[in-house]
Design a protein around this ligand. Sequence first.
Ligand code: AMP
Ligand code: MG
Length: 468
Amino acid sequence: MPINFDNRFARKFPEIITHQPIQPDGKVKLLWLNTDLWAELSAGEQPPDNLADWLGGLEPWPGAEPIAQKYAGHQFGHFNPYLGDGRGLLMGQVAVGDKLQDIHVKGAGPTPYSRGADGRAVLRSSIRELLASEALHALGIPTTRALALIKTEGKIQRERVEPGAMLARTAATHVRFGHFEHCFHRGLEETMKNLWQDTIEVVWPHLAGASIADQFSAVVKSTAEMIAAWQAYGFIHGVMNTDNLSLAGETFDFGPYAFLDEYEPEKIFNHTDAGGRYGFLQQPGVGLWNLRKLAQAISPLTKAGELQPALDNYEAELRSAYLNLMAKRLGIPSVPADQRMSLIGGWLSLLEVNNADYQLSFRDLIDSIESGEPKGLLSNSGESWWQEYKAAIGENSEVTLMKQVNPWVIVRNHHAQQVIEASEAGNDDLLRDYIAALFNPFSDSLRESRWAKPPAAEEKVSQLSCSS
Ligand code: AMP
Ligand code: MG
């Protein structure tokens, strides 16, 4: 059997799941398989020929025990008790080394938690999730992973009629902050206690016997580090509801996300987010707001005030992780702290004032160091920052490090759009080519690639549909 499932969640938490097979939506075609990830999950076994039929519900997946999980959550600041897996199913857990990985299929048909919606996922949003999760992973940012993408025969009504798809993904856990909010709301204290301990054991086995305060600290730290990395790489999640935050601190449930092209920190991409709650600069604060909701939810497991020190540390954790990453990106890890701060602040202002491309400007900086001449942005209005920078680094340039952390390629909305349109028309070569670039984003061979080019004025995507 190619994948050896251990269906721990289904076994341990019957009171917060519904058994639910994948409901097929016509014949299926495998568009993409993450072969490396498959090899990890299956201990090197070849993927079976009928894998797409397993994923599409046409044949039962041997050993899997598909379930929909019940959870709640705060959506755009308001509590919603009616959430749960409305279209994604947990197939089970798989041991990889000494850790467990969840396998989940999204777009698998309606469940008791679908709230009248169709339970399906369109090809567009499935491709977008695939691209983002693999791009973030390649950048070293904690995230769920994309395992396989199938196209179905389904015709799905969104703003337009769109082709349907199912995406299989893996995650350290699918337990969300919202799982605990559900237990709190329903008074399921015993379930909450077991779910907390079980999730800690799965994600951080070394903390299994630790105090809840220390375990909660690990959640706070992971969340802070994840968001710090989003900020350093210009990633906007777009829907940071508590049901979309994983306890493991992995980037999770991709909706109308974006990476910044031009450095416009105030820009809002999610068109349903009129108040800008989930804008780029709001993310660190919203992370803390969400952690507070989690702390409230698990308060029955703790003594009063016990979780506060961890929450108090959040900002410092996030700041320190962010400054570390920015120092690497700018090649200034050995520069004294006050100078480092001044260079980071000056750099961001320079980018903002000049509407400079957030990713490629770091590459201009590398070119400037290598040639000794200010390039791109630095050759015109950046002259004084460049002088300050040169004085700070002296003879100690960190070009090798900088090349390891500054990508040529990230997910850009206009590229995602091109790939999606080609796939919708039946051509998946472009998708594969883009994924290959995203897998290897730091490679200098991408310098002249189409995938390294920022959008021309007419290609810019200003807002993204939330429908998926
Ligand atoms: P999201 O914020 O997109 O992760 O989704 C919020 C909730 O809506 C989750 O409980 C999803 O399972 C559910 N949901 C989203 N889209 C659909 C759909 N097409 N059919 C059923 N449930 C959905
Ligand atoms: Mg969600």
